[in-house]
Design a binder for this molecule. Structure first.
Ligand code: HEM
Ligand SMILES: *[C@@H]1O[C@H](CO)[C@@H](O)[C@H](O)[C@H]1NC(C)=O
Ligand SMILES: *[C@@H]1O[C@H](CO)[C@@H](O)[C@H](O)[C@H]1NC(C)=O
Ligand SMILES: *[C@@H]1O[C@H](CO)[C@@H](O)[C@H](O)[C@H]1NC(C)=O
Length: 329
């Protein structure tokens, strides 16, 4: 009989996902302290930024409210990188940024621009809304750009919303960066005095994170856990009928969280007018459909059962010995 094998396959199919989640959770402990800079530049503080292989190095001058910064980020030679401050809110829109890129002959230049339109920023070289007392410069070495800049921190505040990004360019033209994964996470509130960086917290980012967490916990943890409970615990007599209730509790709460995360994802998608993250969206819809329709001919069900046809006990009392016999067939 193929059923137990099928169950084991179902449980182990989730394992790589679980491992992936755990791996993503363990932050790579890199240090930015050993970085060196040309022209004898040194900085008092640095933060390894959480995404895009980037780090920020700076010295804050309290006497005049300026910060000397060096932003370094990995990139191929046909790429661009950017760093900036958003004086009004969080995220890309409204940010005042420095963008480094190079032309076909490898000449590196820096652009200062204000990202007014998220869909099609003009990327024209304009003065920023805060002081830039020394013109910025940039260099490319060892597969990384470094942007050197001095900024008068807006509103004379040491706490600033920063952004960073990386993308591709073509013949010196800056192309839009990807709008998935790491490229959506280059947002941090940084205190230039203490050096504390906290991840972006605008409501869209919040909801995007919530979407990720709900999906991960629902589809990635609770549902596989429920499957494993059914697979491994039910063989112990002492665990009966507790395993069944634990299994059902996991599946129902996992499914509820997953559906919440899925719905939030659809809502986020519908708010990004004109933007569709096609593969991501399709994967989401597929997971939802599979989880909903997945038919397990489960011994507790009188008929094929899944989340739409929740197990009923219409076939009578759950019979453990009968189940055991079935297992041995
Ligand atoms: C080449 C032109 C650019 C285009 C067309 C573009 C477009 C976009 C789009 C469509 C999003 C996703 C918005 C969403 O889903 O809500 C986004 C996000 C983002 N962009 Fe850009 N972008 C460009 C350049 C830049 C530059 C130069 C930077 C920074 C130096 C930057 C930083 C960011 C950041 C940090 C995010 C994620 C946070 C957020 O959603 O605001 N972008 N961009
Ligand atoms: C910021 O504060 C410093 C010290 O308090 C002061 O010297 C400087 O002029 C201020 N800068 C701006 C732009 O207000
Ligand atoms: C700000 O203060 C620092 C340290 O005293 C000095 O090196 C820098 O030139 C000053 N910048 C401006 C714009 O006054
Ligand atoms: C500047 O700082 C003041 C006082 O902290 C605050 O009320 C104001 O909203 C800030 N302005 C901007 C543009 O951030």
């Amino acid at each position: 009989m193929a059923r137990p094998g099928h169950c084991r396959a179902a449980a182990s199919a989730w394992l790589p996902l679980l491992v992936l989640l755990l791996a993503a959770g363990s932050v790579t402990a890199q240090t930015c302290l050993s970085a060196t800079f040309t022209g004898g530049r040194t900085y008092l503080k640095c933060n390894q930024l959480p995404v895009l292989g980037a780090s920020l190095h700076w010295t804050y001058h309290a006497e005049n409210g300026t910060a000397d910064i060096a932003f370094r980020a990995q990139s191929g030679s046909s790429g661009w990188v950017g760093w900036g401050i958003n004086p009004t809110t969080q995220g890309m829109q409204g940010s005042n940024v420095f963008v480094a890129s190079q032309d076909a002959s490898g000449v590196v230049s820096v652009l200062t621009t204000i990202l007014e339109d998220k869909r099609a920023p003009t990327l024209t070289n304009v003065p920023l809304t805060f002081p830039v007392p020394v013109p910025a410069s940039a260099e490319y070495a060892d597969n990384a750009y470094t942007i050197y800049a001095t900024v008068g921190l807006p509103n004379n505040s040491t706490s600033q919303n920063t952004v960073w990004q990386a993308g591709q360019s073509s013949g010196g033209t800056i192309l839009p960066h990807p709008t998935t994964g790491q490229n959506m996470l280059g947002v941090q509130n940084l205190d230039f005095l203490s050096g504390t960086g906290t991840a972006g917290s605008n409501s869209r980012l919040h909801r995007r994170n919530l979407h990720g967490v709900l999906n991960a916990v629902g589809w990635g943890i609770l549902i596989p856990m429920g499957a494993m409970i059914a697979r491994y615990l039910r063989v112990f007599e002492a665990a009966d009928p507790a395993w069944f209730y634990a299994h059902i509790a996991c599946q129902i709460s996992g499914y509820a969280l997953g559906v919440g995360g899925w719905g939030l994802g659809l809502k986020l998608g519908s708010e990004s007018v004109g933007l569709t993250y096609q593969p991501h969206r399709n994967i989401g819809i597929a997971i939802f459909a599979l989880a909903t329709l997945q038919v397990r001919t489960h011994r507790k069900c009188s008929a094929p059962c899944n989340f739409l046809t929740v197990p009923t006990f219409s076939s009578g009392v759950r019979s453990v010995p009968a189940a055991r016999q079935e297992e041995q067939v």
